[in-house]
Design a protein around this ligand. Sequence first.
Ligand code: NAD
Ligand code: ZN
Ligand code: ZN
Length: 341
Amino acid sequence: MQYREIGAAPQVVTVPDPEPGPGQVLLKVSAAGVCHSDIAVMEWPAENFPYALPQTLGHEGAGVVAALGEGVTGLTEGDSVAVYGPQGCGRCAKCAHGKENYCTRAAELGIFPPGLGAPGAIAEYLLIDDSRFLVPLGDLDPVTTVPLTDAGLTPYHAIKRSLPKLVPGSTAVVIGTGGLGHVAIQLLRALSPARVVALDVAQEKLELAREVGAHEALLSDERAAERVRELTGGLGAQAVFDFVGAQPTVTAAGAMAAVEADVTIVGIAGGALPVGIGSTAFEVTVSAPYWGSRGELIEVLELARAGAVEVTVETYGLDEAPRAYERLHQGKIKGRAVILP
Ligand code: NAD
Ligand code: ZN
Ligand code: ZN
């Protein structure tokens, strides 16, 4: 499944099967998730498009080890694994902490995540450069687990940073209950005693929000911030996670944030929130994180194993993958679309 030409729809094409070189691992892909970031990527203009085309899509991948390159140890053919996407050099100080998403040398070394610069997971086979990027799945179902590599890991990282503020009596807001958002609600319920308020523009997404544990699910409109203030006795929310990231949602996120709250902008729709006396309540912290660490991926998978998160999925064959992207673009996917190549 490749994005081949700027502005054109992605296409299913036939390419040669890759072969693992020294240190590499070849996966037979069992499942690959479809993320809204790919829609954003496919809207970028030619002038500053950062990847080489064609780009095989898919940055959420799970597979079965099909072949091991020379020197790979610790894995066996047939192992079921999930792929850690935001791969780094493995040696810099960030990577040493498992924060390969913030590798200081990836750009300089030309290291890209599968599906975002390197060949991606929406394919029959996926080549992985190092076995440390693979987390064993064991008995976990790859189909419902694969979205956790991004739609789980990204909100997990964002939420974990705010847990000290999510004490009993606090409120957390999730804006956008799509792929990432519907997992975020479950993570908040599993990890904190906070009351969870979900906001979305579509009724069926609000239903999903309630099904997966939101205490309140409200329409995301120009009155949303006011409603969150009403629900919180005028104080606002202690943490707001914006999985849309457009200017109206980011502005609303700022307006519903309590004194000393965290506003985390995860969506990449270009919105920004000014910080300064009078712009938000006092001591609001605003951040825009990217994905999560290797250790955090292991933690998210443990939560799935414990039954604390369950991703709602719609499945598609490889030939139907372009339709999954169309439906995502139209806002019609309930939960996450997963391709079964
Ligand atoms: P998605 O399409 O599955 O979900 C988006 C949800 O937002 C949908 O339910 C949609 O109805 C809702 N929505 C749209 N406009 C809204 C509004 N004004 N108010 C409230 N809800 C609204 O998308 P996704 O795959 O979950 O991705 C969410 C965002 O996160 C995207 O921008 C994506 O690019 C970004 N993302 C960022 C990172 C990161 O590391 N920062 C990682 C993954 C995804
Ligand atoms: Zn993504
Ligand atoms: Zn590094």
